[in-house]
Design a protein around this ligand. Structure first.
Ligand code: IMP
Ligand code: MG
Length: 184
């Protein structure tokens, strides 16, 4: 069914446990911000398409009022394992001023995507901005990005599954896996 998968790096049970802990921690931190500032508007910004599976699981461990405002960024168009540089597709939500923002992505690699989104979010003067990523690759980054919440640090291999794709495929694979071929 998934002929190009070489090996599983992080299985479903480990992902589920970590995402549950992250959701609870993030919700507790955001709730504290809400109480401290009296500002109760919280918006999560998942970066499409890779973050959809992660954010769907994460928010179900966040028992609080929140909104979702998606943004689409493409950096790996077509059959490639090399980032081509981040570009926003469409528009970022424009109502972020004064709100507590959590940017959510599947993976921090070169840092270009999250650096770009964080900069555009901060231009709107939100009350706070944090970043949550499921995975952080141990690589030299083109742009340094501080992520407040990291699920797993992983070695520099091209991974798929749990939202992450190769040429649009494997987002539905339920675990984080390494593909066969040059990166395996
Ligand atoms: P960055 O801009 O290089 O940090 O890359 C971030 C984006 O590239 C992520 O949102 C992913 O969609 C994609 N990406 C980076 N590394 C991988 C990978 O190993 N597998 C699949 N997608 C990746
Ligand atoms: Mg992505």
């Amino acid at each position: 069914m998934f002929p190009e998968i070489d090996r599983v790096l992080i299985d479903e049970a480990r992902i589920a446990a970590r995402v549950r802990d992250m959701g609870r921690q993030i919700a507790a931190d955001l709730q504290r911000d809400v109480e401290r500032t009296g500002q109760d508007q919280v918006t999560l910004i998942p970066i499409l398409t890779g973050a959809i599976v992660f954010v769907a699981d994460l928010i179900r461990h966040m028992p609080m009022k929140l909104r979702l405002g998606v943004v689409a960024v493409s950096s790996y168009p077509g059959r490639t394992m090399q980032s081509k540089g981040a570009a926003i597709r469409g528009e970022l939500p424009q109502d972020l001023a004064g709100k507590h923002i959590l940017i959510v992505d599947d993976i921090l690699d070169s840092g270009r995507t999250l650096a770009l989104v964080r900069r555009l979010v901060e231009e709107q003067r939100p009350a706070s901005v944090r970043i949550a990523v499921l995975l952080r690759k141990e690589v030299e980054r083109a742009e340094e990005v501080d992520c407040e919440y990291v699920g797993f640090d992983i070695p520099d291999a091209f991974v798929v599954g749990y939202g992450l794709d190769y040429d649009g495929h494997y987002r539905n694979y339920p675990q984080i896996a390494v593909l066969k071929g040059p990166s395996a």
